[in-house]
Design a protein around this ligand. Structure first.
Ligand code: BG6
Length: 488
């Protein structure tokens, strides 16, 4: 099957940091279908050779392990071409159309790794140039809008040109191996299903913590904030993967229908829950890894009086038979104490304890998403060493883990998130992409939070870089006797 992948934003950060390295890995792993061509598109005036050189020089910075040899890069670079385009000019699309027509590949992927402001124009122009044929797929990077209304407007404009089955909305968290493993754990095993419900589960935690600050994206980030950047998309997609009912099969719509039901079942916000169950923060100067770092308001591109949140913690509930009453805690932030993401399923305590266990301890299943991905089941055991022999007399139990490290099990050269997603786009598999109605439901749910912040006189709570965020986030979960995982 031959394909053309047109990469709009071909010289941009996303292209050289993530997309082209992912395509290279797929090529190296032998999983990129043969007969492929990748056309980088941007405004710069570059020849094919100059584009290849540019990408080669950038690869050095991003591919750290097993760097490509010159020969290996050469072979990959043979797939790379470049086209200069101004996305507002119809004649440039006509030229692209000509170039694509000459080759007439079986599949054409239009990857819009551009500023979202260009999505609508680009799709309209692609349509007008006759480039929206049944064999075309369009890939949209986030953010797709900044609220429900703008999201709807983009989706409507794209759907005037492409059918829903041709639209691939990326949420790169869905491409992470750990997320695939979460679904496999739930729906490929019978073991967890009876436990996966309110009768057994006391609470669920989703943490996505980053050590880095906003880096060079201050100007963009300041108009976005952690709620739009991480919660509306990644966190809610993870929540769907944990909370959804078993789909009737593994097809894209069966999975997306179940995710949509979860989003519709999220308990709507009220003034009381907005005040009590949402904490926003902004990092101030601090130190991370022994290095002093500036506060958010001192970052380049960020106004000194910015009220943009770099941290959000919230508590929500899902109003259905499986989950009623179970708190879901979501936390994400930049410049936190660690780079790590996990989901913890905290089970209920034994109904009638005959042993002594550490106070508050109960079984817990932790799905580690990064930096390593794996699953750990926290159990209690009688213990066998001398100390526990004494402890056994006192009928105390020790905490032990059943650990499954996927990197150890499956090797380090696994398929990365973007590699997986790009291969899926080329193959036309929609399972790991977000449907318009899911996105809209997610925006609908976060909007009252955005609105309450806008109307509030208070800004985000400060937290020092290198810590776990504002103390109010810990207090919020402590109210119900829970603690975030690193605090327990
Ligand atoms: C992106 C956000 O979607 O996800 C970034 O825009 C964030 O701000 C990134 O840093 C985190 O992704 P990952 O895969 O590094 O956890």
């Amino acid at each position: 099957m031959s394909f053309d992948l047109v990469l709009f934003g071909g010289t941009g950060d996303l292209a050289w940091r993530k997309l082209l390295p992912a395509l290279f890995q797929a090529f190296r792993h032998g999983s990129l279908p043969e007969g492929g061509r990748i056309i980088g598109v941007a405004r710069d005036d570059l020849s094919d050779a100059a584009y290849r050189d540019l990408i080669a020089s950038r690869f050095d910075a991003v591919i750290q392990e097993k760097r490509p040899t010159a020969e290996e890069f050469e072979r990959f670079a043979a797939l790379l071409q470049y086209q200069r385009m101004d996305l507002s000019k119809p004649e440039d699309y006509a030229q692209l159309a000509e170039r694509l027509r000459e080759r007439n590949a079986d599949t054409v992927v239009m990857y819009l790794a551009t500023a979202p402001g260009l999505f609508t124009t680009a799709c309209e122009q692609l349509g007008a140039a006759g480039l929206a044929t049944p064999k075309t797929r369009v890939v949209l990077e986030k953010p797709l809008g900044h609220d429900l209304e703008s999201n709807r407007a983009i989706n409507a404009a794209v759907r005037r040109v492409f059918r829903e089955e041709q639209i691939f909305r990326i949420d790169h968290y869905l491409g992470k191996p750990a997320v695939q493993n979460l679904l496999a754990l739930r729906f490929g095993n019978v073991l967890f299903e009876p436990l996966w419900r309110r009768e057994m589960v006391a609470s669920i935690e989703i943490t996505m913590a980053e050590k880095l600050g906003v880096e060079k994206r201050g100007a963009f980030y300041d108009g976005t904030g952690a709620l739009r950047d991480m919660v509306q998309n990644h966190a809610l997609q993870l929540l769907c993967a944990i909370a959804m009912e078993p789909p009737i099969n593994a097809t894209a719509d069966a999975i997306r229908d179940e995710k949509l039901k979860v989003l519709h079942s999220l308990v709507p916000w009220t003034p009381a829950t907005l005040a009590r169950d949402v904490v926003r923060g902004q990092y101030t100067a601090g130190s991370t890894g022994g290095e002093r770092v500036p506060g958010y308001a001192e970052e380049t591109g960020v106004p000194a009086d910015s009220r943009t949140e770099t941290f959000v913690a919230l508590r929500t509930q899902i109003a259905n038979w499986r989950w009623a009453g179970v708190p879901f805690f979501i936390r994400t932030g930049k410049r936190l104490a660690a780079h790590e993401a996990h989901i913890a399923i905290n089970f209920r305590a034994t109904p009638h304890p005959i042993y002594r266990t550490p106070i508050g301890a109960a079984n817990r299943l932790v799905i580690h998403l990064q930096p390593r991905d794996g699953v750990a089941l926290h159990l209690f055991a009688a213990g066998q060493d001398k100390r526990s022999a004494r402890a056994a007399e006192a009928q105390s139990l020790a905490q032990v883990h059943l650990d499954l490290d996927f990197e150890q099990r499956f090797g380090t050269e696994r398929v990365g998130a973007y590699e997986r997603l790009l291969l899926d786009v080329i193959a036309g598999r929609l399972n790991l992409f977000v449907r318009a109605d899911e996105q809209e439901a997610a925006w609908r749910w976060v909007e009252p939070i955005m609105q309450s912040w806008q109307e509030s006189n208070e800004g985000p709570r400060p937290y020092a870089a290198g810590t776990w965020g504002p103390a109010a986030a810990s207090a919020m979960v402590a109210r119900e006797g829970h603690s975030w995982i690193e605090e327990s």
